[in-house]
Design a protein around this ligand. Structure first.
Ligand SMILES: C[S@@+](CC[C@H](N)C(=O)[O-])C[C@H]1O[C@@H](n2cnc3c(N)ncnc32)[C@H](O)[C@@H]1O
Ligand code: SF4
Length: 342
């Protein structure tokens, strides 16, 4: 899709110059475009852009940051079982965000745990949104009028997880929260906050997901993103889709229209090349689903050093990631198809 065809005419893109061109980002549809020098020049001349000027030159434009692992639910598929890690304090988090902004990251996506249970969510968003666009992903249980009012101008969108219709959502979330989730989506939209509804396919819900996608796009008027399930934990094998099921789902979803849908994992995978993740204890990994790729901790080293010299960042910069290393790893190969430098 060309950048000019997606989004309202008045859309303000964020733009980060790179040695060989630049990255343009449409915060409304959460779409990133790599542009060569000629394309970048044309793009800047024809679109409204907020130019991001990194203090430290680097290729990273997207950061996932887990705020805290506290959660009100215990979803059947959740990979959030990092236990009682020593989470960064508020001041440490702000320090990390400062470093993220210095890198010229265009978007910070906050996760967890349940971000709305983090008591300083608004303060964190206020700080981060000065230099990047922000979002967070939520189960929707604590979205209310007051929070929506406070979120205005702090987030470019909110991700809300919906894994099925009433019964299926309850099976995945181990709680009957369908109404809360749908009301959260409606409330955010009522306040003019764009919503990206997120579904994670497992054996429990995948057959229903194409209809869920239609419901989200046509009835709720939100955009829809399909995650790829990372089979961690005790029920991993039981929940994990087979290749055939995965393909069926992908084919169905592809029919829904590209502007409003998105498959979470893009190939070649950008993890470690232009995106990275920070766990709530400060561990840094190319991918938030890959604790096995942790390459340093922000309490021990400056973030930029981890991104430059951390083992897996060094590796992933040099290989073309044709497969999702995270899915591949968790699905049982437990091997890397690249050499790890010592
Ligand atoms: C970890 S949750 C954190 C935010 C919030 N608590 C929520 O449920 O939306 C972020 C997203 O990751 C998804 N998720 C959790 N475990 C996963 C797994 N093993 N594989 C893929 N996605 C997963 C959740 O369904 C949710 O959409
Ligand atoms: S609400 Fe989110 S973080 Fe909490 S258990 Fe469910 S998926 Fe995991």
């Amino acid at each position: 899709m060309k950048p000019s065809t997606c989004g309202a005419t008045n859309q303000i893109f964020w733009f980060k110059a790179m040695p060989n061109g630049g990255i343009a980002y449409n915060p409304l549809y959460y779409k990133f475009y790599y542009l060569n020098q000629e394309q970048a020049k044309k793009f800047l001349a024809s679109h409204k852009c907020k130019i991001v000027k990194p203090k430290v030159p680097n290729p990273f434009w997207l950061c996932f940051f887990d705020l805290s692992y506290k959660c009100n639910l215990k979803c059947v598929h959740c990979h959030n079982d990092y236990g009682k890690v020593n989470e960064l304090t508020f001041d440490e988090k702000i320090n990390v965000i400062k470093q993220i902004l210095d890198l010229g990251v265009l978007h910070v996506s906050f996760g967890g745990g349940e971000p709305t249970l983090y008591p300083h969510l608004i303060k964190v968003l206020k700080y981060a949104s000065k230099g990047a666009t922000c979002s967070f992903v939520t189960n929707g249980c604590f979205i209310n009028e007051r929070l929506c009012k406070r979120l205005k101008n702090l987030v470019s969108y909110v991700g809300v997880s919906l894994d099925g219709f009433r019964e299926t959502h309850a099976k995945m979330r181990r709680a009957d929260i369908f109404d809360k989730t749908v009301n959260a989506i409606k409330l955010l939209l009522k306040h003019g906050i764009p919503v990206r509804v997120t579904s994670t396919p497992t054996k429990i819900n995948y057959k229903e997901l194409p209809e869920v996608g239609k419901f989200v796009i046509n009835k709720l008027k939100a955009t829809w993103k399909l995650m790829v399930y990372i089979p961690e934990g005790g029920r991993a094998d039981e929940l994990c889709l087979s290749d055939e099921e995965e393909k069926w789902l992908y084919d169905q979803v592809s029919k829904l229209g590209k502007e409003k849908t998105d498959y979470y994992f893009c190939i070649p995978c950008p993890a470690g090349k232009s995106i990275f993740s920070i766990y709530a204890n400060g561990d840094v990994s190319p991918c938030g689903f890959s604790p096995h790729l942790i390459s340093g901790n922000v309490l021990e080293k400056p973030l930029i050093d981890i991104l430059r010299y951390g083992t897996f960042f060094r590796v992933l910069r040099t290989v073309k990631s044709e497969k999702c290393i995270s899915t591949n790893y968790w699905r049982g190969s437990n091997e890397f198809d690249f050499e790890i430098p010592m």
